[in-house]
Design a protein around this ligand. Structure first.
Ligand code: FES
Length: 64
């Protein structure tokens, strides 16, 4: 299933990125080489990221 139609980002790809990379959904889009465009997917993408991390126990904040 696609989570972001503008960028053809699949939910499975976003979940994998969330498990391995810190940052917001927008950060993960950029990590995948894409930029948010219409932003209609961002709230759902953040929910997917949060759920994936909760299951994988990955920190959501980038250490400085
Ligand atoms: S659906 Fe994701 S930026 Fe438009």
């Amino acid at each position: 299933m696609y989570i972001c139609i503008c960028n053809a980002i699949k939910e499975a790809d976003l979940r994998e990125a969330a498990r391995t990379t810190p940052g917001t959904a927008e950060d993960l889009y950029r990590k995948l080489g894409r930029e948010p465009m219409c932003f209609q997917c961002i709230e759902e993408a953040e929910n997917v990221v949060e759920d994936a991390r909760a299951k994988a126990r990955v920190p959501a904040v980038v250490p400085h």
